[in-house]
Write a protein that binds this ligand. Structure first.
Ligand SMILES: NC(=O)CC[C@H](N)C(=O)O
Length: 228
């Protein structure tokens, strides 16, 4: 049986946030995916890969702790493919700035520093057309929906870590004045989709469009190769 025929189970962390929309997107893919809404460590054990949705990172981290999921999630992240969208991207990061009082618990997985609510109050939510080379039909722009989105501050892979690939970035012109710098070259603040080894993050919400190309990308690039 080829890769395309192997059964694959993708979990979606379903404690808070936009998990139903991710489920619908995965079910629209041509490739048949078994989807589990993960609320307990037992649910997580059945998954080959996981999506951590957008929502409120502080709340998701708190509910994970109350559900006994924090350590199983950290273990999962160290072994299997995980995609974090928006709040999920915050949870996959190594360090977080602009946290609520008491700080932000993270799962790690991606060697990045991130800031919550990085766009400031005036541009908390916006849409932007993204050109993304790794997607199917790359000439068609992807509508990025940014809702109180985090901002990538720095990439800091250690020597033993897999390299980080920039999958999508925003035009520097879209950065709010507070984030803009005179020299925009290779500026982490413009990065909005990053891949590192088995892991993937997007600071926006692909599940809130009817365009499922990022879901297809995650399954194709991060999940299926891991099953080989
Ligand atoms: N749309 C989102 O997921 C917003 C993320 C939210 N600002 C947080 O810090 O968790």
């Amino acid at each position: 049986m080829g890769l395309s025929g192997k059964p694959v189970t993708v979990g979606i962390l379903a404690l808070q946030g936009a998990f139903i929309e991710h489920e619908a997107a995965l079910q629209r893919l041509d490739r048949k995916i078994e989807v589990i809404l993960v609320k307990t460590p037992e649910d997580l054990e059945k998954c080959n890969a996981l999506i951590i949705p957008g929502g409120e990172s502080t709340t998701i981290a708190l509910l994970a702790r109350l559900s006994g999921l924090t350590d199983p999630l950290k273990q999962f992240v160290s072994e299997k493919p995980v995609w974090g969208t928006c709040a999920g991207a915050i949870l996959l990061s190594q360090t977080v700035e602009n946290t609520k009082r008491g700080g932000q618990e993270v799962l790690g997985g991606m060697s990045v520093g991130i800031a919550r609510n990085g766009w400031g109050s005036q541009v908390e939510s916006f849409e932007a057309e993204l050109t993304v080379n790794g997607l199917r039909d790359p000439e068609t722009p992807f509508k990025g929906v940014f809702i109180r989105a985090p901002v990538i501050l720095e990439l800091k892979p250690g020597e033993a870590d897999p390299p980080i690939e920039v999958v999508a970035s925003l035009s520097p012109k879209l950065l709010p004045p507070a984030l803009a710098t005179p020299d925009h070259s290779n500026e982490p603040k413009t990065f909005v989709a990053l891949r590192q080894g088995l892991h993937f993050l997007t600071t926006f919400h692909p599940e809130l469009t009817r365009d499922d190309r990022f879901h297809e990308y995650f399954v194709r690039e991060c999940v299926l190769p891991r099953l080989a």
